[in-house]
Design a protein around this ligand. Sequence first.
Ligand SMILES: *[C@@H]1O[C@H](CO)[C@@H](O)[C@H](O)[C@H]1NC(C)=O
Ligand SMILES: *[C@@H]1O[C@H](CO)[C@@H](O)[C@H](O)[C@H]1NC(C)=O
Ligand SMILES: *[C@@H]1O[C@H](CO)[C@@H](O)[C@H](O)[C@H]1NC(C)=O
Length: 187
Amino acid sequence: MLALTALAVALSTVSTMATPTKRASPGPWCDGLGSGAFDTSSSFTLAAYNTTGPNANSTGAPPRDGQRRRTAASWPDALVYPTASLANGTLILSGTGDALPAQAVAVQEGDSLVFSASDSANPSAGAQDYCAVQPESGLPLLAVYGDTDSFSLCQLAWENVVFYKAAPDQGYDFDSCYPVKLQIVFQ
Ligand SMILES: *[C@@H]1O[C@H](CO)[C@@H](O)[C@H](O)[C@H]1NC(C)=O
Ligand SMILES: *[C@@H]1O[C@H](CO)[C@@H](O)[C@H](O)[C@H]1NC(C)=O
Ligand SMILES: *[C@@H]1O[C@H](CO)[C@@H](O)[C@H](O)[C@H]1NC(C)=O
């Protein structure tokens, strides 16, 4: 399993925003998110907006991390998978260099956003757990299971990793977790 990682992309390039590809009716993985929901989009990075603490700006900070394992990754990993897109409810990671194809694994409560990376991975067949929603103002938000409100940044070794419904005793420092919204920054 891959471990989530950093967003390397300079967030100062926010000015050229691509339009999400809105389908007439996104799939059931968008249920509950209203008319601003979309499940297919062009390429983006994520910015973690601290919902309870200070933010340097209205975009939020890139989740920082450097951990990588051979056969799995958590996203975002700025070095190996700098960007992602949404395709019919799954996340498609765009890799650099010799990055292996990465397929979204079903998101588990208490875990990070995990992808299996291997030569036989099929990104477009990944778990359809993801959606995005455009609020009335501000950047679009990433959702898992129709939920934009359950992401945290937690310390795992020396990295800040995104977790869904962070919980104690899961192998990371739960006391370090703080809630974030995952803002979608189109390239
Ligand atoms: C986010 O807010 C929390 C307080 O809820 C704080 O402990 C944490 O340091 C903040 N994170 C950053 C990156 O400022
Ligand atoms: C917002 O602040 C973060 C640091 O917290 C920085 O990495 C990012 O580039 C800034 N984004 C913009 C658009 O200035
Ligand atoms: C989206 O996924 C659903 C369920 O897997 C499938 O039935 C549908 O054909 C897909 N639509 C597109 C446009 O890929």
